[in-house]
Design a protein around this ligand. Structure first.
Ligand code: A2P
Length: 314
C-alpha cells in the first residue's frame, strides 16, 4: 500500500491493468479471477477500455468462489472518457461505469486524458474535428461532486502535465489524489514525479513494461540492454528490474499480464533492491516517450499537438 496525501485511501502499490487489444471479454474476466487468486487486489479499467463489464463479472465470481470476502478488499479504478469530459456529463458517465461494474462505488475515478471529444461513440483513429480543449474547471467540479456523493472514494487525473495540475490546484476544493502516466525506465518522469510529490499527488505508472503486444505498445523496455544486463547479473527478469525500479521511485504502478506465471513474477519484486550503481546505469538510459495522445487520432489538431508537447516534459 502507498498513500497519496491528497487521497482518503491508500492505494495498493501494484495494480493489474485491463487495457487490452488482444483478449476477449471472457478472457479478461478469467484473467482477473486468476490475478485475484495470485494476490492482486487493485484493478484498473476505463470506460474507453470496454473492460468494466468483464471486471464486474470477475468481482461477482470472485465473491461467489470466496476468493475475496467482500468488495471492500478491492481497489477499483476507472476513468472518464473524453466523450463525457463536460461538466454535466460526468455524473451520468460515472453512473454508467458503476452499472457496468455492478458496484456502488469505485475507489478512484480519473479524467483519462485532458481532452474533450464529441459525444458519439468514436472509433480510433479519432477524426481531428471531434477533439476539443477540455473545460477543466467544470469537469473537475463535477469530479468533486462524484466524490462528495460517495460514487468514488477519491478522484484524480491521467496524462496531465504540471501546468494542467497547477490549474486544477488553483481552484480545487478536493485536490487530485493521483496522476496516472506512462512511466518506465525509458520514460522516467523525474520532474513530473518531483512536482507531484511536492503537491501531495501520487504518480501511478502505466505501461511499466511498454505495453508490449498491445496496439499502442512496444518492446523497447523488455529489449533494453541496460535492463537485460542488470537482470542477468541479479537472476531476475527484465520485467522485474523495470517494476522494481518504478517501485523504488516511490510510486505505484499498473501492470498487465494474462499469464499466471508472469502475474506472479510481477508481484515478486519486494525481496531485493537495485544497487546504487545499477540505479545510476538506469538513470543514464536515453529517454524516449512512446505513448502520445496523437496515437489515438487520425490527424493531429492544435489541441492534440499542444498536449503531446506538454507530455514530453522531462
Ligand atoms: P502477457 O499477458 O502475455 O503476460 P504493460 O503492463 O506495460 O502494459 O505490458 C503488458 C504486456 O507485457 C503484455 O503484453 C504482457 O503479456 C507482457 N508482460 C507482462 N508481464 C510480463 C513479464 N513478466 N515478462 C514479459 N512480458 C510480460
Amino acid at each position: 500500500m502507498i498513500s497519496s496525501s491528497n487521497g482518503p485511501r491508500p492505494i495498493p502499490l501494484i495494480g493489474m491493468g485491463t487495457a487490452s487489444s488482444k483478449e476477449s471479454g471472457d478472457q479478461v474476466t478469467a484473467g482477473i479471477i486468476e490475478a485475484m487468486k495470485v494476490g492482486y487486489r487493485h484493478f484498473d479499467t476505463a470506460a474507453a477500455y470496454k473492460t468494466e463489464k468483464s471486471l464486474g463479472e470477475a468481482i461477482k465470481e470472485a465473491l461467489r468462489l470466496g476468493l475475496i470476502k467482500s468488495r471492500e478488499e478491492l481497489f477499483i479504478t476507472t476513468k472518464l472518457w473524453g466523450n463525457s469530459a463536460e461538466g454535466h456529463l460526468v455524473l451520468p458517465a460515472i453512473k454508467q461505469s458503476l452499472r457496468n461494474l455492478e458496484l456502488d462505488y469505485v475507489d478512484l475515478y480519473l479524467i483519462h486524458w485532458p481532452l474533450k471529444l464529441t459525444q458519439e461513440e468514436l472509433k480510433i483513429p479519432i477524426p481531428k474535428e471531434c477533439i476539443f480543449p477540455i473545460n477543466i474547471k467544470d469537469v473537475w467540479e463535477a469530479m468533486e461532486e462524484c466524490q462528495n456523493l460517495g460514487l468514488t472514494k477519491s478522484i484524480g487525473v491521467s496524462n496531465f502535465s504540471p501546468t494542467r495540475i497547477q490549474d486544477i490546484l488553483s481552484f480545487a476544493k478536493i485536490p487530485p489524489a493521483i496522476n496516472q502516466v506512462e512511466m518506465n525506465p525509458l520514460w522516467q518522469q523525474k520532474k513530473l514525479n518531483e512536482f507531484c510529490k511536492k503537491n501531495g499527488i501520487l504518480l501511478t505508472g502505466y505501461s511499466p513494461l511498454g505495453a508490449f503486444g498491445n496496439a499502442w505498445g512496444h518492446n523497447h523496455v523488455l529489449e533494453c540492454d541496460v535492463l537485460k544486463d542488470i537482470a542477468n547479473s541479479r537472476g531476475k527478469t527484465v520485467a522485474q528490474v523495470s517494476l522494481r525500479w518504478i517501485y523504488e521511485q516511490g510510486v505505484s504502478f499498473v501492470v498487465k499480464s494474462f499469464n499466471t506465471e508472469r502475474m506472479k513474477q510481477n508481484l515478486d519484486i519486494f525481496d531485493w533492491s537495485l544497487t546504487e550503481e545499477e540505479l545510476i546505469k538506469i538513470s543514464q538510459i536515453p529517454q524516449q516517450k512512446y505513448i502520445y495522445s496523437s496515437l489515438m487520432v487520425a490527424e493531429s489538431n492544435d489541441v492534440v499537438t499542444e498536449l503531446d508537447a506538454e507530455l514530453s516534459f522531462q
